[in-house]
Write a protein that binds this ligand. Structure first.
Ligand SMILES: Nc1ncnc2c1ncn2[C@@H]1O[C@H](COP(=O)(O)OP(=O)(O)O)[C@@H](O)[C@H]1O
Ligand SMILES: [Mg+2]
Length: 327
């Protein structure tokens, strides 16, 4: 039978007009009843919910991804919106990371099916790893693949001197998240964690983080929240637990590095490249740095060379990157 929390969630979602949540809790009740041997009741309840859902989806179509979401008023200072077209195939990734992202996409695409059985898709992701490994790009790719708008939250606009104000601004962002389905990126979220917030009092920032965690906990909509950080060690362990999945990005191995280069050089001739030498020059560089070096070498080949990228040009470009990243 329904637990006290489920009954409260039913009443609350009814009061807020949140049909998706209402039906999803009702289905959780049905699933719980089935587990406890009340099969008949579970079936009746599920049939009831299915029938109601069909009716309500007929009369009020959900806001589709094509709706032009334009943050207005104060929200415009807190969010920027774009409609990325990037795809997962644009990324060069460790096979495990790729697999996990494919799983996120699958759950998001099949969200309705999961919900009809009382489950939720993954919707709170934390991406960690050194700069230039593709965390920000991943948020673009998730939006591109799901054909959803990408909202980037401006943390500098969010963090103010006065806690009351910051909480109110966070609330605006999370209200938007519940209202307009999209991918919401909280980039460099370690800014909420203290050390980097120069000039702000630590207690103040801690309260900002706490209110972020509370909103995170309460997030039940269909939007996908993506937080990214280059400094996971700055984050409290408490924050990791609030995410459905934590995905770690790492520097590329030789195979991934080669893929980054081949993708970036696809439009020029690179048949002569000696990959052993290139691999050595690329070792230790991020996908971002390798991309930049490949672009430089390609432009050199087009502007001053014969149109062919040579091993020497690319190796020099990679070395230049390495000396830059060293200082
Ligand atoms: N895994 C990757 N595959 C392909 N290109 C990448 C990858 N990671 C980074 N890049 C390139 O480097 C740029 C910067 O990466 P970014 O996503 O901003 O890194 P991060 O957010 O992890 O610091 C991207 O715009 C893209 O051109
Ligand atoms: Mg980034």
């Amino acid at each position: 039978m329904a637990t006290a929390d489920q009954v409260k969630a039913l009443v609350k979602s009814h009061a807020e007009g949140d049909d998706t949540r209402f039906y999803s809790v009702a289905l959780q009740v049905a699933a719980g009843a089935a587990r406890n041997g009340h099969g008949r009741f579970a079936q009746d309840l599920k049939a009831l919910v299915d029938g109601l859902r069909k009716r309500s989806s007929g009369s009020a179509p959900r806001v589709g991804p094509v709706a032009v979401a334009r943050p207005r008023g104060e929200l415009a200072q807190l969010l920027t919106v774009s409609y990325p077209e990037a795809l997962l195939s644009d990324m060069s990734l460790d096979p495990q990371v790729r697999q996990r992202l494919e799983r996120v996409l699958l759950e998001q695409r099949q969200a309705d099916r999961l919900r009809s059985h009382g489950f939720h898709p993954v919707r709170k992701l934390l991406l960690t790893g050194v700069p230039g490994t593709g965390k920000t790009m991943t948020a673009h790719v998730l939006a591109g693949e799901l054909r959803l708008p990408l909202f980037v939250i401006r943390l500098d606009g969010l963090i103010t001197k006065f806690m009351g104000e910051t909480a109110a601004k966070l609330r605006l962002v999370f209200d938007a998240l519940a209202e307009t389905r999209g991918v919401y990126l909280f980039d460099e979220v370690d800014a909420l964690a203290g050390e980097r917030a120069h000039g702000n009092d630590v207690g103040e920032i801690r309260r900002v983080l706490n209110s972020f965690l509370q909103f995170l906990e309460a997030h039940h909509s269909d939007s996908l929240l993506v937080a990214a950080t280059n400094h996971p060690q700055l984050l409290d362990r408490a924050i990791f637990r609030r995410f459905d999945a934590v995905i770690e990005y790492s520097l590329p191995d030789a195979a991934v590095a080669r893929e980054v280069i081949e993708n970036r050089l696809a439009t020029v001739d690179m048949a002569d490249l000696i990959w052993g030498e290139i691999g050595e020059a690329a070792a230790g560089l991020s996908q971002g740095e390798i991309t930049a070096a490949a672009e430089l070498a390609a432009k050199d080949a087009i502007l001053v060379g014969s149109g062919t990228v040579t091993t020497a040009t690319l190796r020099d470009a990679l070395r230049l990157r390495r000396s830059r990243s060293a200082d």
